[in-house]
Design a protein around this ligand. Structure first.
Ligand SMILES: Nc1ncnc2c1ncn2[C@@H]1O[C@H](COP(=O)(O)OP(=O)(O)O)[C@@H](O)[C@H]1O
Ligand SMILES: [Mg+2]
Length: 150
């Protein structure tokens, strides 16, 4: 699908955030500057609005690898794995080891091979003009039919 503008991206992100629950995993795939962090920001801010808590800044975890957000019963783990180049570095992060269920939103997830039940994969590409993007969605588990809902 074509994402026509930032406003359009925000509308799409609302549809996604309404369905997000602990245990879900969102993979964000695409080049630098294509909009992975921007989409994450909209997802988190829309969740904060839905759950009636104050909106916060959502910054890129490029250097920190991870930022966490507690939104009432939801716990969001926002990863940016751009700097991770080896599988053993990834293993050290233990992304899928913790016992508690969280929502994981992961930029640059290419090295992750762990099979995941409820996964939403979002592919972004540049479009014809500055504010346009192409978006392709592949879901599994509860997200399997989701591409027909947006
Ligand atoms: N339709 C759009 N979707 C996503 N980003 C857009 C769109 N139009 C313009 N942008 C701009 O593109 C940039 C995307 O940057 P960012 O989200 O940091 O990318 P990434 O995390 O993929 O490197 C932002 O400055 C954002 O405002
Ligand atoms: Mg980013």
């Amino acid at each position: 699908m074509i994402v026509k503008s930032l406003d359009h991206l925000n509308i799409i992100s609302k549809t996604i955030s309404q369905k997000l629950e602990n245990g879900d995993c969102v993979f964000l795939i695409g080049e630098i500057g294509v909009g992975k962090t921007t989409l994450t920001r909209y997802l988190i801010n829309n969740l904060q609005i839905q759950k009636k808590i104050k909106e916060t800044a959502v910054l890129s975890p490029t250097f920190n690898l991870l930022y966490e957000y507690e939104i009432k019963d939801l716990k969001i783990m926002h990863y940016d794995l751009y700097r991770i180049k080896k599988v053993n570095e990834l293993d050290h992060l233990g992304i899928f080891l913790e016992n508690e269920k969280t929502v994981k939103i992961i930029e640059w997830p290419d090295l992750i091979k762990t099979p995941l039940t409820n996964k939403l994969e979002i592919h972004l590409e540049y479009g014809k003009n500055d504010n346009e993007r192409k978006m392709n969605i592949h879901g599994s588990g509860k997200w399997e039919e989701f591409e027909n809902e947006v």
